[in-house]
Write a protein that binds this ligand. Structure first.
Ligand code: GCO
Length: 472
């Protein structure tokens, strides 16, 4: 047996999001979001399921925070529903919405659980979508106003803020593939939305720092995958470069270098002419925390039929799969070490010595400092069942977490200063277009009664937190 131990200040947490857990979709003054519209559109969600009630966190948040305490979490990463705070996306705040987040934050602090607040996890107010949504630059400014409003209201208690969760998915699944809200199928709309979401991060960061009641950290959460070739052919290896640019560099370069590789793509050239304004990239170039969501790798082969990247993802044989993707623990090591080497080693800034910078040090002349790096999501959907004795023996999830934590620890041994690990998710919840089929929780939800039961993985995770490590 090997034993690994994490640094004593390592942060252990769980993540969730407003639309996936709150419910109360039209209660207490909340306005409709694009996900409310999307789930009420026939054919969009498996089995016609919705997040109208989901796991009713809006009403059961005290019970859920008590469960977080029982697991021994240091932190809870949640998102605020923009349309609960500003039903029209702008204008007058909904006091009942602010009151809910007061209650949630106060309950977390009472239980000594650090709130990690994410301002946007895909649920744009429908009223803003009606005015163009993220394809309109105005939405970026509206987001900065929303961020400032919440900062004024909660920054006396909330110190860690994320502007966005997986902007790439919000932009591309929402506007390019259409599998997510608002369900558009326009490649250029995807790139436009991505640019405005990124711009909104910079605008919000500036507004938040100007109005914070105490020093705060402003981060962003990005979904990053290592990209591998389906074969060693030249065309597949070139496809990897294009897919890596489209998936990873397109997200990392603006925040960490103040540049963008978007002009590598034909659509990017159109984008640059049409909506990128002078100073936009400089505004994006600010980050105190880089949150990385890691689930799996991407394996691609050349295929000119596919737009933009002329590459298509394939599912290689030989590894274990969940109901959604390949299980590839080494990928979390690859992502962490790639980010550290490519963006923070002095070589990137043309500086020496070759030893990477440490958190807080300046990376280059822009004044951007090396951000804290955290795993803000990692998890596996397992079709959990309740055994006769009431236990949920989710060994696969325990093995998944163990194998990924081993790789996180390996990256830390290689010099990457990972500050924390947030498991996706605290409890089973609404998995977007897939509805309630995929169960990701450390806590099982009986969707008939909404009763919560800690799974074996939750008990195992609690022991990892208690021991700050584990044997495997
Ligand atoms: C994401 C989202 C979560 C998902 C989770 C499982 O990272 O896609 O943040 O909302 O539910 O990743 O797919």
């Amino acid at each position: 047996m090997e034993k690994i131990t994490f640094p004593k200040d390592f942060i252990w947490g769980c993540a969730a999001s407003a639309y996936q857990v709150e419910g109360a979709w039209n209660e207490a003054g909340k306005g409709p979001s694009i996900w409310d519209t999307f789930v009420h559109t026939p054919g969009k969600i498996a089995n016609g399921e919705t997040g109208d009630i989901t796991v009713d966190h809006y009403h059961r948040y005290k019970e859920d925070v008590a469960l977080m305490k029982e697991l021994g979490l240091d932190a809870y990463r949640f998102s605020t529903a923009w349309a609960r705070v500003l039903p029209e996306g702008t204008g007058t705040a909904n006091q009942a919405g602010l009151d809910f987040y007061d209650r949630l934050v106060d309950e977390l602090l009472k239980q000594k659980i650090e709130p990690y607040l994410c301002l946007f996890h895909w649920d744009l107010p429908q009223a803003l979508q009606d005015k163009g949504g993220w394809t309109s630059r105005d939405t970026a400014y509206a987001f900065a106003d929303y961020a400032q409003l919440l900062t004024r209201h909660l920054s006396d208690r909330v110190k860690v803020w994320m502007t966005h969760n997986e902007p790439w998915v919000a932009a591309m699944a929402g506007h390019f593939s259409g599998e997510h809200a608002p369900g558009l199928n326009e490649p250029l709309a995807g790139f436009k939305a991505l640019h405005h979401i990124f711009l909104s991060h910079g605008l919000a960061a500036e507004a938040m720092r100007a109005s914070a009641k105490q020093p705060l950290k402003v981060g962003i959460t990005l979904n990053l995958n290592p990209v591998h070739p389906a074969s060693e052919s030249k065309r597949d290896r070139e496809a990897v470069k294009r897919m890596d640019t489209a998936l990873n560099r397109l997200q990392l370069d603006p925040f960490l270098k103040g540049t963008s590789p978007v002009q590598d793509f034909a659509l990017g050239k159109i984008l640059n002419k049409s909506i990128v304004q002078p100073g936009d990239l400089e505004k994006m170039h600010t980050l105190d925390i880089l949150g990385i969501n890691y689930y799996t790798r991407t394996v691609v082969k050349y295929d000119r039929k596919f737009p933009v990247v002329a590459a298509v993802q394939v599912q290689p044989e030989g590894n274990e799969y969940s109901g959604m993707w390949e299980i590839y623990p080494e990928g979390i090591y690859e992502v962490l070490t790639r980010v550290w080497k490519d963006y923070f080693s002095p070589l990137h800034a043309g500086l020496m010595p070759a030893s990477p910078r440490s958190v807080g040090e300046k990376v280059d002349d822009s004044g951007v400092k090396v951000p804290e790096i955290m795993i803000t999501e990692n998890g596996i959907p397992v079709p959990d069942g309740v055994d006769y004795d009431g236990r949920i023996r989710d060994e696969r999830r325990i093995r998944y977490i163990c194998n990924h934590l081993v790789q996180v620890h390996r990256a830390m041994e290689a010099g990457v200063p990972v500050k924390g690990y947030f498991h996706w998710s605290l409890m089973d919840n609404f998995e977007w277009a897939l509805g309630y089929g995929p169960r990701f929780g450390l806590i099982y939800i009986d969707y008939k009664t909404l009763d919560r039961t800690i799974k074996d993985s939750g008990l195992w995770f609690a022991k990892v937190i208690q021991d700050n490590g584990f044997e495997y």
